[in-house]
Design a protein around this ligand. Sequence first.
Ligand code: ADP
Ligand code: MG
Length: 238
Amino acid sequence: MGRIVLKKVTKSFGETNVIPPLDLEIEDGEFVVFVGPSGCGKSTLLRLIAGLEDVTSGNIEIDGTDATAAPPAKRRLAMVFQSYALYPHMTVRKNIAFPMKMAGMPEDEQKRRIDSAAKALNLTDYLDRRPGQLSGGQRQRVAIGRAIVREPAAFLFDEPLSNLDAALRVGMRLEISELHERLATTMIYVTHDQVEAMTMADKIVVLRAGHIEQVGSPLTLYREPRNLFVAGFIGSPK
Ligand code: ADP
Ligand code: MG
């Protein structure tokens, strides 16, 4: 589970075309990173996949089913927001339980999933704290925990580490990579940080003005960039 296929997907806001026809295949279990300069359409593409925006034309298939018209809740994808999206008045346990509670899941199943997520994220000792009593990295883990308990077909991350300081970012990068290995679930990760792209991705999608300049492994893009834009983007530090 977790194969996502975009077929001739376009997106316009009013008269402005942001995504020209775009084709992309994401394999089950892949860690795919979208990179590109600010305003190139990374967030829009992610929101189209999540169903938070409607495509203007084209199709999105998830695990072989046409999901183009499916609402976000039906897509079994979990969008991980930045850490500030936690509820400050709720404990970690309640923050993580929130989506399951909303879905009316039985309490014992909620508990099983919370315990399992807390274990995977080293949050077991923090379940009764509130977000204000946690470090930035721990808060980010709670945000991921809230996604894990939904047992999604894929995780979608939109620059999840951009609020963290440099040292924390390095640690969280490793944690997300380890989580990917453990869960073997598809992850789509948006960043404008080349180092994140190069160190985390199985496959990098380089975007420019809404279209794909090149798709490939970090090594392929590094060794055989198709053009100067890709070379400059992958090669030059931020
Ligand atoms: P990125 O995430 O790569 O920085 P975005 O996907 O946020 O880029 O934006 C891509 C382009 O689409 C930008 O030019 C942005 O101004 C435009 N855009 C995004 N969302 C909207 C919207 N809701 N209405 C109008 N224009 C939008
Ligand atoms: Mg963005």
